[in-house]
Design a protein around this ligand. Structure first.
Ligand code: CA2
Length: 149
């Protein structure tokens, strides 16, 4: 069995689909997880969400030990957490930073990500459809590690 890909979600994303549908849509995080499993076609996935920074850091460490790739939507921690950035820096495999909204089209406080400089790729603005897109892209990078710039 191949090593799982880790899909990690930051604070408040457990409430996805319940407010600000004009920005984030109506899809819930449970539905997002199902779309990721569907896109992975049997590749094992660890899908988690936390409102606690330390928990996300512990899961990144877990992925360092046993994951083949990471997709992370750090939510508000994107703009605040050097600790998550430091943990992600240690991950040796492909890493995709994902945002449902296009953070660059929003207010300036959403423009400076701590995660982007350590990510392999960034996806933003595709709505929740960005998750299955990211899963396919990540699996492609895992299958063909040299194809990545
Ligand atoms: O667009 C994204 O995916 C974000 O990472 C979402 C974060 C925001 O701080 C980032 O700038 C961009 C906010 C997540 C809030 O969670 C929600 C809860 C309920 C409904 C919608 C979003």
């Amino acid at each position: 069995m191949s090593n799982p890909i880790y899909i990690l979600n930051g604070p408040n994303l457990n409430r996805l689909g319940t407010r600000e549908p004009e920005i984030y849509g109506h899809t819930t995080l449970t539905e997002v997880e199902a779309s990721c499993r569907n896109a992975a076609s049997g590749h094992p996935i660890v899908f988690r969400q936390s409102n606690r920074e330390y928990e996300i850091i512990d899961w990144v460490h877990e992925a360092i030990d046993q994951g083949s790739g990471i997709i992370i939507n750090p939510a508000a921690f994107t703009f605040t957490s050097m600790a998550i950035m430091d943990a992600l820096k240690m991950f040796p495999g492909p890493l995709i930073e994902l945002h449902i909204s296009n953070i660059h089209k929003r207010e300036p406080i959403y423009h400076k990500s701590y995660v982007s400089p350590v990510a392999t790729a960034v996806i933003a603005g595709l709505g929740t459809n960005g998750y299955p897109v990211a899963v396919r892209a990540l699996l492609d990078m895992i299958d063909k590690p040299t194809a990545r710039p």
